[in-house]
Design a protein around this ligand. Structure first.
Ligand code: ZN
Length: 181
């Protein structure tokens, strides 16, 4: 028996003795009765073989950085853009301000103008806007007809044909004289 052969035999026996528990475990694995904790401990005991056998059974190898990397990955956002901040709601076109314009002339059961044949709805004291202006003017110039009373019945007051031009000036002068006298 050569030295070389003896040495090899020795190594073989050593490996055999060390691998014996592993072999038992492997056989038990095949039967499905092995527990991984025992397997792990055995793998750690087999220091020279651990680096080779360990990864097969989930024993942490040299690096050890894999867990940390996995943890970092878990916190990562999924694909796609992050949700945008909600845009401000569009300002309401009309924010309940006051209503513009005049109220409807016929509101509140408004009557027609007191002047016969006018036909417009009354606005002030029973007269339409135009005829109330005329009434105010006649009143100022002391020419208000007695028929032009406030709140006269609709279509009950005869319209007054005012003189125009020179006649108007004459009529106005007469009324002023009346006022003076
Ligand atoms: Zn009128």
């Amino acid at each position: 028996m050569s030295v070389d052969k003896a040495f090899r035999e020795m190594v073989r026996n050593e490996i055999e003795s060390q691998l014996k528990p592993l072999r038992e475990l492997v056989s038990r694995l095949e039967e499905g009765t092995a527990d991984l904790d025992k397997l792990r401990s055995v793998a750690e005991q087999l220091a020279p073989l651990a680096s080779a056998v360990g990864p097969l059974f989930g024993v942490a190898g040299g690096g050890g950085g894999g867990g940390a990397a996995a943890a970092r990955g878990a916190g990562r956002r999924g694909p796609g853009r992050p949700a945008r901040a909600a845009a401000p709601a569009p300002v309401a076109a009309s924010s309940g301000g006051k209503k513009r314009g005049r109220k409807p002339a016929t509101e509140g059961g408004a009557r027609d103008c007191a002047i016969i044949g006018c036909g417009k709805p009354s606005r002030t004291k029973g007269y339409c806007a135009a005829h109330y202006q005329k009434l105010r003017m006649l009143e100022k110039t002391n020419r208000r007809p007695s028929a032009w009373v406030d709140y006269a019945e609709p279509n009950s007051v005869e319209d007054l044909k005012l003189p125009r031009g020179r006649a108007a000036a004459k009529a106005l002068a007469e009324s002023n004289q009346k006022n003076a006298g």
